[in-house]
Design a protein around this ligand. Sequence first.
Ligand SMILES: O=P(O)(O)OC[C@H]1O[C@H](O[C@H]2O[C@H](CO)[C@@H](O)[C@H](O)[C@H]2O)[C@H](O)[C@@H](O)[C@@H]1O
Length: 256
Amino acid sequence: MEAILKDPSGAVIGLDFDGTLSPIVPDPASAKIHPAAPDVLAELGAHVGAVVIVTGRPVATALELGPGLTGVPGLVVLGHYGFERWEDGRVSAPPPPPGVPRAAAELPLLLDSLGLHDVSIEDKGRAVAVHTRRAPDPEGAFAALREPLAALAAKHGLVIEPGRMVLELRPPGMDKGHALGLFLAERDARSVMFVGDDLGDLAAFDAVRASGLPGVTVCSGSAEVTALAERADIVVDGPDGVVALLRELTTAFSRS
Ligand SMILES: O=P(O)(O)OC[C@H]1O[C@H](O[C@H]2O[C@H](CO)[C@@H](O)[C@H](O)[C@H]2O)[C@H](O)[C@@H](O)[C@@H]1O
């Protein structure tokens, strides 16, 4: 933290979206960014080298659920774990992988055969996710799905990404750690902070360490995921705590 405070223009601040900037809600389509987050990110962006959101959501969805984000100067959003990039109002991405629609087409029959009728499918185009949060037994449904979904993913050249009551089938070759590492190099970062809440953010924590830069890892804490808190330098209380921490940072920058 000291390096970030001493030399803010060399700092990259990376943040996850769901569970970090946006509180967890039962229906993924009803998620909304914390109301104070866009303003805090804009203030932060005025001091640091770069603010980047690294999310499993498609870029378009993150911007739809966080409409104020489009007004944050200099913000970069890396969607689909880094496959998509939004910057200056433009999105760049490789062509979508053919395995995703094939796996998505087989999902309803698979869920039916497992007797799982209360799980929901989120088709994200470049990935497809199965959510168990609204099932009568979310943990039981998650456990029952793990192996069959891993097999379906493998059949179509995809990998499985476990998250908070969600199992996602997505293409291999990119994760939040790789995405963050590339971004740090591109920006010649001199320090880094990454804030996340879920298992997919562990790769970004690893990238902070692997960068060799002075770095801080922050967990947006929850009772649901403990693995991240164990590996974080700082644990705050969910998105409210994240916003409060970022506010403290901007206040400290304004004082110096
Ligand atoms: O990388 P992230 O920005 O953290 O995205 C990870 C997944 O987040 C979303 O699901 C999670 O949030 C939902 C809304 O609060 C919640 O209902 C669900 O239980 C959580 O797992 C999103 O729907 C997924 O596509 C993302 O991969």
